[in-house]
Design a protein around this ligand. Structure first.
Ligand code: GDP
Ligand code: MG
Length: 436
């Protein structure tokens, strides 16, 4: 999968303290290969990875994140930018507004027409579906069934073989019945052919849609890009609908189509059910392509919350085996600042392990904080002096039990051991890069 390949690419960077020109180039090359394998057009893939490379080299690696993660973030940003940055809405101005649905047979036009009608209806709009697939009687029935299912009227003339006439009559019908949006479902061929292109072109000229959408099956890979180009040359459509994203595909086509035809993707379709429609968000698709979901936002959160200078000091202390309870406490504060504690613990070496077994939410930190705050400054800096009688005093002072204090002492000592071991292994540098 693309995700697996990108994982491999990012692995190249993992464990490296800084991003150097060499490992950036290697990783960028791996990313390019992975993108091409996922049906991203070669030129597009090359452009993206060139940009990613420049960005990665130009950007300072914050100590709070590993280079690999920063690279993921840069890649994500670049992919998002390439897919248009912001989400783009459809134009539904007009009385009635016409939305023309184009695309090859089997791409998902009829299904999407129903989905879009349902979505617009749920926004309180009056919608009319129009069946302009004049070649397949079954297509009319298909739309009628969907219309009934979602409670939207369907206009059809089963005997009429003139799509333009049907569409014009549908507009009249819409005006007469107070419908504000007319969605025109059209016929498609299995491959692009001249008659079909002419037909949809004249249909467009006749009904003057405020929005022409091109529906494309995301599973068709590189073909999807060629088809998009052909349709765009003739129809100059306004937006793309990517269907069948519920399958194996990782969305490589989204990237290529957007940059080859320079038209925004506006919706994605992720199943056969009428609810399976989503507005297209470039950043979410970038995440999907990267297959790394939350990693990216984690990195962002970490960057916001961690103070660089603090972490530099902390790194030094860890390296000198001087990590103490005050540091522990300030790390807890940092973690809390970042929000979703559970997810973030793994970013700090030893921390996740030290707190293992605790069901981690903000509340479970409270006794730990209370215990540390009940220690004297001397005890915090020199945990080894905390003997039995001190533990009793600390437990009483923090309103916890000796057992709880003992547990924390044990966890803290394990954590220090782990840091020490990492320093010894020479893996300290890696820990530093990961550590805030
Ligand atoms: P049309 O010929 O372009 O009108 O395509 P249809 O809307 O009839 O869809 C063709 C087939 O693809 C049908 O079996 C649909 O149920 C299916 N389909 C459409 N959209 C999706 C989707 O997003 N995911 C999946 N899995 N199937 C879809
Ligand atoms: Mg159809």
């Amino acid at each position: 999968s693309l995700s697996g390949k990108l994982d491999k690419a990012f692995k190249t960077l993992k464990g490296q303290g800084t991003i150097t020109e060499i490992n950036v180039a290697t990783t960028a090359k791996e990313i390019r290969r992975a993108l091409v394998d996922a049906d991203v057009n070669y030129k597009v893939a090359k452009d993206v990875t060139d940009k990613i490379k420049d960005e990665a080299l130009g950007r300072n690696v914050l100590v709070s994140v590993s280079p690999g993660q920063l690279f993921v973030k840069i890649t994500n940003e670049e992919l998002t930018r390439l897919m248009g940055g912001e989400k783009k809405d459809i134009n539904i101005g007009g009385d009635p507004a016409v939305i023309l649905i184009s695309g090859l047979q089997g791409s998902g036009k009829t299904t999407f027409s129903g989905k879009l009608a349902r979505m617009l209806k749920s926004q309180g709009r009056q919608v009319l579906l129009t069946a302009c697939d004049i070649y397949r009687p079954a297509a009319i029935d298909q739309l009628k069934v969907l219309g009934e299912q979602i409670g939207v009227d369907v206009y059809a003339e089963p005997e009429n073989k003139n799509a333009i006439e049907i569409a014009n009559n549908a507009l009249k019908h819409a005006k007469a019945t107070g419908k504000k949006i007319v969605i025109v479902d059209t016929a498609g061929r299995l491959a692009v052919d001249e008659q079909m292109m002419q037909e949809i072109e004249s249909l467009k000229n006749a009904v003057k849609p405020s929005e022409t959408l091109f529906v494309v099956d995301s599973m068709t890979g590189q073909d999807a890009v060629n088809t998009a180009k052909t349709f765009n040359d003739r129809l100059d459509f306004d937006g793309v609908v990517l269907t069948k994203l519920d399958g194996d595909t990782r969305g490589g086509a989204a990237l290529s189509i957007r940059s080859v035809v320079e038209k925004p993707i506006k919706f994605i379709s992720t199943g056969e059910k009428m609810e399976a429609i989503d507005v297209f968000y470039p950043d979410r698709m970038a995440n999907r392509i990267l297959g790394m979901g939350d990693v990216v936002s984690l990195v962002e959160k970490a960057q916001e919350a961690f103070d660089e200078e603090e972490s530099r000091k902390l790194n030094k202390k860890i390296r000198q085996n001087k990590f103490d309870f005050d540091d522990f406490l300030s790390q807890l504060e940092q973690i809390k600042k970042m929000g979703n504690v559970k997810d973030l613990l793994g970013m700090i070496p030893g921390m996740g392990k030290a707190l293992k077994g605790i069901d981690i939410d903000d509340d479970s930190f409270k006794p730990i904080e209370a215990i540390i705050r009940s220690m004297t400054l001397n005890e915090r800096a020199n945990p080894e002096i905390i003997d039995g009688s001190r533990r009793k005093r600390i437990a009483d002072g923090s309103g916890t039990s000796i057992q709880q204090v003992n547990n924390l002492m044990k966890q803290f000592s394990d954590m220090r051991k782990m840091m020490k071991a990492m320093n010894k292994m020479g893996g300290g540098k890696r820990a530093m890069a990961n550590l805030a």
